[in-house]
Design a protein around this ligand. Structure first.
Ligand code: BG6
Length: 514
């Protein structure tokens, strides 16, 4: 565990954490899977950690028939199964009294009028000054009606400083393509000010992802090397072991590019590649992240063949058991050509990154769940220890491990002990768990507190969502207009298709073994 000491103070006061303000968290879709698995467990953990504002309540709104009591049972069940910290039965009674429920249909204005009354009852009881966070944990088709009705019912206050706050959290997917994303953003923009809108990308809430900026700009040794003079290439891997599971209805229309690259992976890329921000302010950081998206080299019909590989998992093994191929999964069309794997080679055309390829791969039914960003530095010259061209030294790699083992490691050449000069690559390893002990908070815990504090740094601004779609569309359009009926296949439980190996090997490089 780390210790506070006068000579080695924690630098926590340096960037003043904004404080979560008293508010009611209204969850639309309050009876759904996301709420049960992620949102209520996140609120529970915040409560256990004493991080919630003293004046706080939750109001779930959904179609399901429930009252406050059955909603509390629903919450308890989700928390028992999915919470980071175990259920504390002594604490539970204090917590459950915060939870309320309202049944209603999202497309009926009456639901919102009732909601207003309901809030006006809860707020004085909990000493909440009228601040509200609306969390849309609902299918995208309901966003428009929900947002418009919230406004029509007078639930959106102006941002003139003389009203309590109304903030809205929107889940992905924001749109299905650029045009539909713009429509969603326009509807949001008609009813809420941009400063009230929090588009969540849960990857930005992961502890290791937040550490990227600290690692880059809190240390003096990396930044001088962080450019095309010293970096050979970057690899971003987000591998999942699971198949499509019960989400075929959504996933079969989305695919890996939309589901993972458009949002999570491009956001990781912006953090790795951005210029040093001049202040830890939401819009300064978001402007700098946006600059990276603006510099992404568009994929063209000429480059798509060399820079993009898509594939689908076929039958294979998972933990020694047979598992079906994607087309045999429940709810998936038997002739589906939805990609469950995608590999890309992208370039950022700016002064710092010119000529440095960034290889990205993500897929379902890969051998293990592992996400990492690896920065491979250039090889040393072929002299001295690297003179044997048949056995070149392995270059330095800085790997940021996002999950499951959060940490970072640096591969370096060292001398094997003994009379001869024999060189061996070793890893300097830092593991969060080993150093800091406690489990890191879940992404949703951090992100919801940020919304209550009014800090939008880790959320997607409208321009980021739309630029990411623009980049992705150059790939989606040719895919969708091609008459392909089969995609390259990889067996479930393997590291993707041969085509992806070829893509990187053509450049004389290899995917990392993870
Ligand atoms: C979601 C995707 O956004 O992220 C899922 O829709 C994916 O398909 C999930 O499984 C991965 O998140 P995590 O935090 O488990 O890596």
């Amino acid at each position: 565990m780390i210790s506070h000491s006068e000579t080695n103070p924690l630098r926590e006061g340096l960037i003043e954490a904004q404080v979560a303000q008293p508010c009611t968290l209204v969850i639309f879709g309050g009876g759904g899977d996301l709420t049960r698995r992620k949102l209520l467990p996140a609120v529970y953990n915040q409560a256990l950690d004493g991080a919630l504002p003293a004046n706080f309540a939750v109001l779930g709104v959904a179609r399901e028939e429930m009252d406050n009591l059955s909603y509390r049972d629903f919450a308890r069940n989700g928390i028992e199964r999915f919470s980071r910290q175990p259920m504390d039965s002594e604490f539970w009674p204090d917590f459950e009294r915060l939870l309320h429920y309202q049944q209603g249909s999202f497309d009926d204005l009456q639901t919102y009028l009732d909601l207003k009354e309901h809030l006006q009852k809860i707020e004085p009881e909990f000493g909440i000054p009228g601040n509200r966070v609306f969390y849309l944990a609902i299918p995208p088709a309901f966003i428009e009606t929900c947002v418009t009705n919230l406004n029509a019912a007078g639930l959106v206050y102006p941002t003139d400083g003389s009203h309590p706050f109304s903030r809205i959290i929107v889940e992905k997917p924001i749109g299905h393509d650029l045009e539909s994303a713009r429509q969603v953003n326009t509807v949001l923009g008609k009813n809420f000010a941009e400063s009230q809108i929090y588009r969540i990308d849960h990857y930005l809430g992961k502890e290791t992802v937040q550490n990227i900026l600290v690692m880059r700009f809190g240390n003096s040794i990396f930044e001088p090397l962080w450019n095309n003079k010293h970096i050979d290439h970057v690899q971003i891997t987000v591998a999942e072991e699971e198949g499509v599971g019960t989400r075929a209805g959504y996933y079969d229309r989305a695919g890996a590019l939309r589901d993972m690259v458009q949002n999570h992976i491009l956001q990781l890329l912006t953090l790795i590649a951005m210029e040093p921000p001049w202040a830890m302010q939401a819009d300064v950081i978001r402007d700098h992240r946006q600059d990276v998206l603006n510099c992404l080299r568009p994929i063209t019909p000429d480059s798509i063949g060399d820079c993009v590989v898509r594939a689908q998992y076929g039958p294979g093994f998972h933990h020694g058991e047979d598992v079906p191929g994607y087309r045999r999964e429940e709810g998936v069309a038997q002739d589906s050509i939805t990609e469950t794997y995608v590999a890309l080679k992208v370039f950022i055309d700016n002064w710092r990154w010119a000529g440095v390829p960034i290889y990205i791969r993500t897929g379902k039914r890969l051998p293990k769940r592992v996400s990492e960003i690896a920065v491979q530095f250039k090889s040393i010259p072929p002299i001295l220890f690297n003179a044997d061209t048949d056995h070149p030294l392995e270059p330095n790699v800085l790997a940021l491990s996002i999950q499951p083992n959060e940490g970072l490691s640096l591969r370096m050449a060292t001398k094997l002990p003994g009379p001869k000069v024999r060189i061996y690559p070793v890893k300097m390893d830092f593991r969060y768990g080993a150093t800091f002990g406690d489990q890191s908070p879940e992404a949703y815990e951090r992100l919801m507190l940020d919304v209550m504090a009014g800090d939008a740094t880790l959320f997607m601004r409208r321009d980021a969502v739309e630029s990411s779609w623009k980049f992705i569309e150059d790939i989606l359009e040719p895919w969708e207009s091609s008459r392909t009926r089969w995609l390259p296949e990889y067996s479930a439980g393997t590291w993707g298709p041969l085509e992806a190996d070829r893509m990187i090997e053509m450049d004389g490089r290899k995917w990392r073994m993870l």
